[in-house]
Design a protein around this ligand. Structure first.
Ligand SMILES: [Ca+2]
Length: 451
């Protein structure tokens, strides 16, 4: 017999003498491998569980990306509107968009960290956000040009208006012309404009308390630095303040000089002749700080002044001392125990910080929301509602006369934290729960006489 070739390695057969085919077959172990199947089943189960997990993760990311995509397209639309110039926009719009773009950038980083695997989409998003950041920056430069162009237009318009007014009064009697800026010949404040929102203070939304303004010096009335002094979030301590050379720098948050002092108290700060005047923490002391060096150049106690939140303003704490600057110089508005909390006005010598003269009003300071001085007249405000304040009271230091007024003052946020007047700009600088507002002061156009 010969070997029959078969494709089975364990098959052998032969034909015996009787012609019967004999073959022996050896089969592998016939026992069913239950344990291996079990292992396989277990592995399959684990794999499908893992798969489910991954799938749900992917679903979660897809959902997140959906939300993200919506935000992104909303932002794109807003930027398009700004690009086309369909609506006017402010520095605040830029700030909000910048914050959102930053938030989205952070979200992408988060996604990348969690999303191990194909991150093509995430990379693409990251790229787009980078482009958007660049676009916003470009738009900002554009806006700066716009601001400058508009300002030039305003100057031109003002000039035309002036010419028009001049031609109306062919030969005007000298005393009916408005007095030069920074001098007093007006008949007092009769109105103020709607607020112009300049921007959010540089430290952000949570810095609701503070003050801002522009330095005024009679020798260089139009050279004053802009200063922004948000208090720390405790609403009490003045520690950091910033200076800007121009309003454009302030608007664009560029080229600030940031200084630290330890420590001022309250939002009653004012700046005059390149010096900042603050109430020093825990004292009835006035401190004079040189803006060029940020050094304390003088400290003097304000006699009898109540301090440490004894007689602050309505809804505004720690402003026992409210410094004020007007055409005549530096003032401080405060209260004493002897005045029973009524407002006291003192004219200060800004070189020595000595009190030159003092006036006693009958107006209780804690029921007033803030105050400012114009041409030696104190004006005080009170809250009417969440959107309006009223300049309701005046005290004229030249006559000792006081009385009621009702000049409406619109506001953005609920609380007016401080008001500072600038004699050359003839504007009020208001710190309104973190927002910096400007108002034009409107005067009675006739020779000065008692209100
Ligand atoms: Ca004030």
């Amino acid at each position: 017999g010969g070997l029959v070739q078969q494709p089975f390695s364990n098959f052998t057969g032969s034909v015996d003498g009787d012609g019967t085919c004999q073959c022996s077959l050896s089969l592998p172990d016939t026992t069913f491998p239950v344990d291996r199947v079990e292992t396989l089943e277990f592995q399959a189960h684990a794999l499908s569980k893992k798969f489910e997990e991954e799938l749900s993760k992917v679903k979660e990311y897809v959902q997140l990306l959906g939300v993200f995509e919506k935000k992104f397209s909303n932002l794109t639309v807003r930027i398009e509107i700004m690009e086309k110039g369909l609506f006017s926009y402010t520095v605040l719009d830029f700030e909000l968009i910048k914050i959102e773009v930053k938030e989205m950038g952070e979200l992408v980083i988060q996604l990348k960290k969690n999303f191990v695997g194909s991150s093509d989409i995430v990379n693409q998003l990251e790229e787009e956000i980078r482009n958007m950041t660049l676009l916003v920056e470009n738009l900002e430069t554009l806006d700066k040009n716009n601001v400058l162009a508009i300002r030039r237009e305003i100057v031109a318009l003002k000039k035309k208006l002036k010419e028009c007014e001049d031609s109306n009064h062919e030969s005007p009697p000298a005393n009916t012309l408005p007095p030069p800026l920074g001098s007093c010949g007006n008949g007092g404040v009769v109105n103020i404009s709607k607020p112009n929102v300049v921007q959010l203070n540089w430290r952000g939304f949570s810095y609701k308390y503070g003050a801002w303004g522009r330095d005024y010096s009679p020798e260089h009335p139009d050279n004053g630095l802009y200063w922004v002094a948000p208090l720390n979030t405790d609403g009490r301590i003045l520690e950091y303040y910033r200076l800007y050379n121009t309003l454009d720098d302030l608007l664009l948050y560029t080229k600030p000089r940031e200084n630290r002092i330890t420590y001022g108290q309250g939002g009653g700060t004012a700046v005059y002749n390149n010096s900042m005047y603050v109430n020093w923490q825990n004292t009835r002391d006035i401190v004079k700080i040189d803006l060029t060096t940020n050094k304390v150049v003088l400290t003097r106690t304000l006699p009898d002044a109540a301090f440490n939140n004894r007689f602050s303003y309505a809804d505004v704490a720690w402003q026992d001392f409210d410094f004020a600057v007007d055409e005549n110089g530096l003032w401080v508005i405060y209260a004493t125990e002897a005045s029973s909390g009524n407002m006291v006005i003192s004219k200060l010598n800004d070189t020595t910080l000595e009190v030159i003269n003092t006036w006693h009003t009958t107006q209780y300071k804690p029921s007033v929301s803030n105050a400012f001085m114009v041409c030696g007249v104190l004006y005080a405000t009170r809250i009417l509602n969440t959107r309006t304040e009223e300049i309701f009271y005046y005290y004229d230091t030249s006559t000792g006369k006081e009385g009621k007024l009702n000049i409406i003052m619109h506001k953005m946020q609920e609380k007016v934290q401080s008001i500072n007047y600038h004699p050359f700009d003839q504007k009020l600088f208001v710190y309104n729960d973190g927002y910096l507002l400007n108002y034009d002061v409107i005067f009675r156009q006739r020779p000065h006489q008692p209100l």
